[in-house]
Ligand binder design. Structure first.
Ligand SMILES: *[C@@H]1O[C@H](CO)[C@@H](O)[C@H](O)[C@H]1NC(C)=O
Ligand SMILES: *[C@@H]1O[C@H](CO)[C@@H](O)[C@H](O)[C@H]1NC(C)=O
Ligand SMILES: *[C@@H]1O[C@H](CO)[C@@H](O)[C@H](O)[C@H]1NC(C)=O
Length: 440
């Protein structure tokens, strides 16, 4: 089974690099200074994998340091040029509303990506049906969900519209005040995680874009106002899952697992995650919800690949069991360093675990089989498409595809983020944070 995965990954890499080369030689088209691929939007674009490169444009910037070959420079994205600093010559042009909802910034991986990857040449994408089947217009948005995802539901709780992907051309003017979503499916804590997806926004780039966003915001509302907006914002970050699934355990005997013991690897991941959180702090974030890896071994993809019996895969469960408590400890250490409850560890592993062990208690019919996919447990990675199985009622499933929860499961996770006891949310849940910060 695992061999199938390797072959799939290779096919994906080859397929994508072919597309990439093609794109590079088809420049003309509209000039958009930041994006290469236009999002497909709502037009059910002709079949799965063919992304019509309309408006294809490879920004010259950065192309020298990122060879177009597939394994090129993993930390760079070939085509995204800096955004226009807005059409504001001088002075604030955007005025905050009287009662502006709390700004919200999102970082990390596919659990929280609202569609940045639609704008990238990458294999990690969810912009084809049936993704988004339960969204308002029943069409894909780039979210790895049948409808809303975790940050969208948090946006509802804070009384805000969903965060726009940072790469979206719509993120200008008044929309800047809502916040932004920098997350990108396929990324991990480490730069080399998810190399097979070619172009994704790795963490150094997400943080760079956050800086760039703040410059644009300063031009729009003034520097002092921009600082305050970031200071009173809420931040969500989700990392770690891909560092196991798409790195250490990518295939049996991966280079990483040959070189490093699991426990050393986890220690390394935690130390690198800490540096990322410190950068978020340095960039002005003061309330940050930190999500860990989830119950990795119980995802349908892992049940299919790593477990003969269909039980949760033991090695990945062991990895998650090592990672989660060390993450919580690191978050507490950081708060001690900053003398404030800046970071909150959200134990998504436990939240998810509750649903997985007793799906019926939450009104689900199954937590082992994905709604959309094929193969045992519908767990074949990357194969939720128009030709795969699709369950009629998404609300009965914990898993939407081989890795990602359904909207309904996301809602239950966010309920725990809001109201969970300390074992779920350390040192405090989001409803307490919101009441503490209500005078900001
Ligand atoms: C990841 O890349 C950034 C710069 O691109 C670098 O500063 C950082 O040290 C790298 N992280 C690791 C773990 O190699
Ligand atoms: C950010 O807000 C906190 C209160 O939450 C305040 O103590 C601090 O001075 C603010 N920092 C800036 C740079 O505005
Ligand atoms: C939130 O967390 C606090 C502190 O752990 C706890 O006392 C409270 O019961 C939790 N739930 C709500 C709704 O505040």
């Amino acid at each position: 089974m695992a061999n199938i995965w390797v072959i799939l990954v290779l096919c994906l890499a080859v397929g994508v690099s072919a597309t990439l080369d093609k794109a590079i030689f088809e420049p003309k088209g509209h000039h958009d200074d930041k994006v290469i691929f236009k999002p497909k939007g709502n037009h059910g674009s002709p079949k799965g994998h063919h992304r019509a490169p309309s408006g294809t444009h490879v920004a010259p910037k950065g192309s020298h340091d990122s060879p177009k070959g597939n394994h090129g420079a993993p930390h760079h994205v070939t085509h995204v040029a800096p955004k226009r600093a807005g059409s504001t010559p001088k002075g604030p042009s955007v005025r905050p509303k009287q009662k502006q909802a709390r700004p919200f910034f999102v970082f990390g991986d596919s659990l929280v990506d609202n569609g940045n990857n639609n704008f990238l040449i990458t294999g990690a994408r969810a912009d084809m049906p049936p993704y988004g089947i339960d969204s308002p217009d029943h069409s894909p948005t780039g979210r790895f969900s049948n409808g809303l995802n975790i940050p969208d539901v948090i946006s509802e709780y804070i009384g805000s519209e969903p965060t726009l992907p940072y790469l979206s051309p719509e993120l200008t003017g008044q929309k800047l005040l809502v916040g932004a979503n920098f997350a990108s499916a396929g990324v991990g804590i480490l730069n080399d995680t998810g190399f097979q997806f070619i172009n994704v926004l790795r963490m150094p780039l997400q943080l760079e874009y956050f800086k760039e966003y703040q410059q644009r915001l300063s031009l729009a509302i003034g520097e002092e106002q921009a600082k305050q907006l970031v200071n009173r914002s809420l931040v969500l970050i989700s990392l770690g899952g891909n560092d196991f699934v798409n790195n250490y355990y990518l295939y049996p005997g991966s280079a990483r697992s040959q070189l490093t013991s699991l426990s050393d690897y986890v220690t390394y991941l935690i130390a690198e995650y800490r540096k990322i959180l410190e950068k978020l702090y340095d960039l002005g974030s003061r309330r940050v919800i930190v999500m860990g890896s989830g119950p990795l071994g119980c995802a349908p993809a892992e049940r299919m690949q790593h477990s003969l019996t269909g039980d949760c895969a033991a090695d990945l469960q062991a990895a998650a069991a090592l990672f989660e408590p060390q993450l919580t400890q690191m978050v507490q250490d950081l708060n001690a360093k900053y003398h404030a409850d800046v970071f909150v560890a959200a134990n998504t592993k436990l939240m998810h675990h509750d649903m997985i062990t007793d799906p019926k208690a939450f009104g689900f019919v199954t937590s082992t089989t994905a709604c959309c996919g094929q193969g045992p447990f519908n767990g074949m990675p990357g194969l939720c498409s128009l030709t795969s199985n699709l369950c009629p009622n998404r609300d009965e499933y914990v898993f939407w595809d081989a890795f990602h929860p359904t909207e309904r499961a996301c809602r239950i996770i966010v309920q725990q983020i809001m109201n969970g006891a300390p074992e779920y949310m350390k040192p405090m849940n989001l409803s307490l944070i919101m009441s503490l910060d209500s005078n900001m």
